[in-house]
Design a protein around this ligand. Structure first.
Ligand code: FES
Length: 105
């Protein structure tokens, strides 16, 4: 299984996906330059990603904490999510996200 992650230069990376891991953890472990300053505790908004529109509705809904924290992101779009709050499951195989500018190291 995999996810596809576009970096700040517009380059798409294929990242190996593991059931039960968060999208942020997989991006970080693949060595891509995501800040994720709080390490996944939903208190920083620096794991901000833009989800491909074809995938956005397939994700579990945002929780209250994620909604509150996204308010602190620099620029929020309709398809913005915090990648540490998206837990990977097999139905998300092929998920496409782009690192938001405020998430890039
Ligand atoms: S890593 Fe801090 S909110 Fe996701």
């Amino acid at each position: 299984m995999k996810i596809l992650v576009t970096d700040g230069h517009g380059v798409e990376h294929e990242v190996e996906a593991t059931d039960g891991w968060t999208v942020m953890e997989m991006i970080r472990d693949a060595g891509l330059p995501i800040k994720a300053e709080c390490g996944g505790s939903c208190v920083c908004a620096t794991c901000h990603v833009l989800v491909d529109p074809d995938w956005f509705d397939k994700l579990p809904e945002k929780g209250e904490e994620e909604v509150d924290m996204l308010d602190l992101a620099l620029e929020v779009f309709d398809n913005s999510r915090l990648s540490c709050q998206i837990e990977f499951e097999p139905s998300l195989d092929g998920l496409k996200v782009t690192l938001a500018p405020d998430a890039i190291m």
